[in-house]
Design a protein around this ligand. Structure first.
Ligand code: BES
Ligand code: MN
Ligand code: MN
Length: 457
């Protein structure tokens, strides 16, 4: 690729200025108060795509936050790459834990600190920058389409319909996504698996009002106590989930496949140190990468009830609530697992309380094959930039819409992520190393070139 590195170097400051402008729009999809920011973000994405050389870019209304679609079709006879990304971000709270404000990007120690710096504004913008380079230098080897959504962080509730309504428009040979991570800054890897998800909220109701915990405590069931006991029974002493039927469809990997996975360099000691924990936890008999990559899990994401304000208040709460997510592996179906969880959770409820379970969102996992032109192209691209052949590995995260890309559009996705575990996505002080940002921009054009070459064969 002619002058690729030079092009990136020359444009470093401007590219960062543009990304920072984008990051400054607080496009938090989960909050009604940010509705106007979602529109601002779509306008920004549209304008930026046009500026970077797209023939066409439009903001498409949906039931929820709009999708931005853009394209540059140079020759209908050539392959088409569809770039997917998301302009929405997670809420920044708790604000007091940020060293610099979440929507005022700041560079410290070679990293961009801000909400969305990695997930997914920083990673998505690498594609815009790579596209600009290819267009400007006349080296774009294929057609490119962009589909940038604003509801990924809330489970993409409107994108499924958008896919159904726009099959023709979205036709492509491969979908390229940078919204995952690599095993380490010097350990390039390609995400070959994402977990599915079933996300529920449970409610436990006891007495018809908050009670004095002295006058009534011991005589009336405490919903918070009950909820904790119920949750405590969901995972057994071996780290296995006690929901009946939960493991029925779980894909069991062969010893050979597990051995292959085990070759990925991973250091439990460093992992513990980075997270500040003495010991790791999880299902017995599996390594850390297996526990996140190929095994399903159940986690409480939030729990509340009773008095949580300053100081003490002696109260026996009338209600308790929790948000519970289950990460699923290939062959487990989100809908079925949600039903199994509901049935199980209701079946263990004592008569002393009322229990209800609501479904929040869910979706299927994804496994990406490694014997395709797209995987080979991605592999060659990373190798060119990082000097080492990337390792395939299954991530613990979820991007449920990826399985719908396959089912609704019939297109496979390649996950070329450049995030690092230390990027603190969804956490305070989210950050993205400049080196990953620029190496990502460098890697993407190689993908295009190799993909077009291999596709022709
Ligand atoms: N980009 C992440 C997913 C991710 C990150 C996958 C790193 C692999 C490695 C995405 O934005 C995300 O946060 N997804 C949600 C699911 C969604 C339905 C809320 C998740 O995994 O919790
Ligand atoms: Mn993301
Ligand atoms: Mn995310």
């Amino acid at each position: 690729m002619k002058d690729l590195k030079k092009h990136i170097e020359t444009n470093e400051d401007r590219l960062l200025d543009e990304l920072f402008e984008f990051i400054r729009i607080p496009s938090v999809s989960s909050k009604e108060a940010h509705k106007a920011d979602m529109y601002k973000a779509t306008e920004w994405v549209k304008e930026n795509l046009l500026k970077k050389g797209a023939d066409k870019a439009e903001v498409c209304e949906t039931q929820g936050h709009p999708v931005v679609y853009g394209e540059k079709i140079i020759d209908p006879g050539l392959p088409t790459v569809l770039i997917y990304g998301h302009y929405d971000v997670q809420p920044p709270e708790p604000l007091e834990l940020w060293k610099s404000p979440p929507f005022e990007p700041e560079i410290r120690d070679g990293r961009i600190y801000a909400r969305g710096a990695d997930d997914d504004k920083g990673q998505m913008f690498m594609h815009f920058a790579a596209f600009e380079y290819l267009v400007e230098t006349g080296q774009l080897p294929c057609n490119v389409k962009f589909m940038i959504e604003g509801e990924e962080e809330i489970g993409s509730p409107s994108l499924g319909q958008f896919l159904k309504d726009n099959r023709e428009k979205l036709a492509a040979d491969v979908i390229l996504v940078s919204d995952t991570s690599m095993l380490g800054a010097e350990t390039p890897s390609i995400t070959t698996g994402l977990r599915g998800l079933s996300f529920c909220e449970v409610h436990v109701t006891g007495p018809n009002r908050d009670l004095h915990s002295g006058l009534f405590g011991g005589a009336v069931a405490n919903p918070v106590n009950v909820l904790c006991e119920m949750i405590g029974s969901l995972i057994d002493e071996n780290g296995r989930i006690a929901v009946k039927g939960f493991y029925d469809d779980v894909e069991e990997l062969s010893p050979e496949e597990r051995e292959e996975m085990g070759r990925a360099p991973f250091d439990d000691e460093k992992y513990k140190e980075a997270l500040g924990v003495e010991e790791l936890a999880g299902e017995k008999g599996y390594t850390t990468l297996e526990r996140t990559g190929i095994r399903p899990t159940l986690d409480v994401n939030g729990i509340w009830g009773g008095y949580t304000g300053e100081g003490a208040k002696t109260v026996l709460p009338s209600e308790a609530h929790a948000k519970i997510s289950m990460r699923l592996v290939p062959h487990q179906k989100s809908e079925k697992i949600t039903q199994l969880f509901k049935d199980h959770f209701l079946s263990i409820a004592p008569k002393t309380v009322k229990v209800t379970v609501d479904f929040l969102h869910g979706g299927e996992g994804y496994v990406s094959p490694t014997d395709t032109p797209a995987y080979q192209a991605a592999s060659k691209a990373y190798e060119k930039t990082y000097g080492i052949k990337p390792i395939p590995y299954r991530s613990g995260g979820s991007i449920p819409i990826i399985s719908l890309f396959e089912h609704t559009l019939g297109i496979k996705t390649i996950l070329m992520g450049f995030g690092l575990e230390s990027d603190a996505i969804h956490s305070p002080n989210e950050n993205y190393p400049l080196s990953q940002f620029f190496r990502g921009i460098e890697t993407i054009p190689y993908f295009y070139r190799h993909f077009v070459e291999l596709h022709r064969k």
